[in-house]
Design a protein around this ligand. Sequence first.
Ligand code: NAD
Length: 393
Amino acid sequence: MNKLRMGMVGGGPNAFIGAIHRAAAALDGEIELCCGAFSRDAQQSRVFGESLGLAPDRVYDDYQSLFEKEANLPVEKRMQFVSIVTPNNMHYPIADAALTSGFNVLCDKPATLTLDECQALARRTEQTNLVFGLTHTYTGYAMVKEARQRIMNGELGTIRKVITEYHQGWLAAQVFDGNNKQAAWRLDPAQAGQSCCMGDIGVHAANLAEYVTGLRISAVLADLGRVEPGRVLDDDGTVLLRFEGETRGVLLASQISLGEENCLRIRAYGDSGSLEWHQEEPNTLLLKRGDQPTQILRAGHSYLSAPAQAVARTPPGHPEGYIEAFANIYRDFACMVSQQQGKGVDTTNPEHSPERQQISDLPGIAEALRGMAFIEQVVASDAAGCQWRSIEC
Ligand SMILES: NC(=O)c1ccc[n+]([C@@H]2O[C@H](COP(=O)([O-])OP(=O)(O)OC[C@H]3O[C@@H](n4cnc5c(N)ncnc54)[C@H](O)[C@@H]3O)[C@@H](O)[C@H]2O)c1
């Protein structure tokens, strides 16, 4: 089977998430990085691309040359999709240019800088009939898929309350390094958008709540903090949530909670049971009932649902984590691109079996729109003095 050819924009020297994407894309041996424009500095892009072992003529000075030159290569050589791993302000222009040039897109979150941009991106995706995927990483974990499955199967009954939290401490003054390049753009509205904390991690917590419960957030009431002096954008916040139906919830997100690393956690309470999942212990899911001891479910076991079993690569007790969760998204995306290109997929490969295709649930343009609407309405609610705002999309 030919590998799917991937290009990358961003993810250059000392970048954070680009290296994770490359490792995840390579994990299952189905995707090959063949080209890229890795930095806004052309010289750095060239040196870096060559350090990855790419042919010098496939390392480009900027994303415009990448798309133009790749589109002119023979079809069997040119890249088949691009991963976008730049700061937020560049997602829309790069994604739009990629789609317009005929390339499928896998973009990191938040999808764009504004909801308007995201709506334009949705129109472009529809016009071009290409695949747009969004790396909401946490939906790729086996036990998150199990949690979703248990709720979809009705095991917890009606979901009445959801608490979704993402706490970090790295932007608190005590540990904050003013020279941190990842922090510099996240705190700059021109590059990050209207929000730092909610745009960076709150949006993951919101997506996780919707993914796990299958319920859409219909309204938000937000109280955002700019806790460290001099900050224009939020570094902490609390959001009351209303979901469709009667379900209520709370979203907590913070980047000034000293001592916290990537403390993403979700608890969902139904009328016949509850569940709890924690990103820092990702291979465990707790199931709780009012009249029984807590059940500890673990990744890799045959008692799990088909979607959770389908993404396990190792036997129980060998920990899988962040890179594997990312790789699950890459695998689903690769499967969709192969199908979209009319090549079909190799169904003798268990990873591409019809069963597995059915359970693929890649975040796409709908999740992109909902994420951007969430960020905009949270910021608007806070600016209006903590008023309820509807999320309509
Ligand atoms: N899904 C996740 O779990 C997750 C985690 C971290 C970051 N992210 C997202 O990934 C994106 C990147 O974040 P990061 O922390 O890796 O940032 P970073 O600052 O570490 O890396 C950004 C890279 O993009 C390059 N770049 C900037 N503009 C460019 C351009 N015009 N052309 C080519 N390259 C360009 C920079 O040179 C740098 O190499 C952000 O949108 C962020 O929200 C997602």
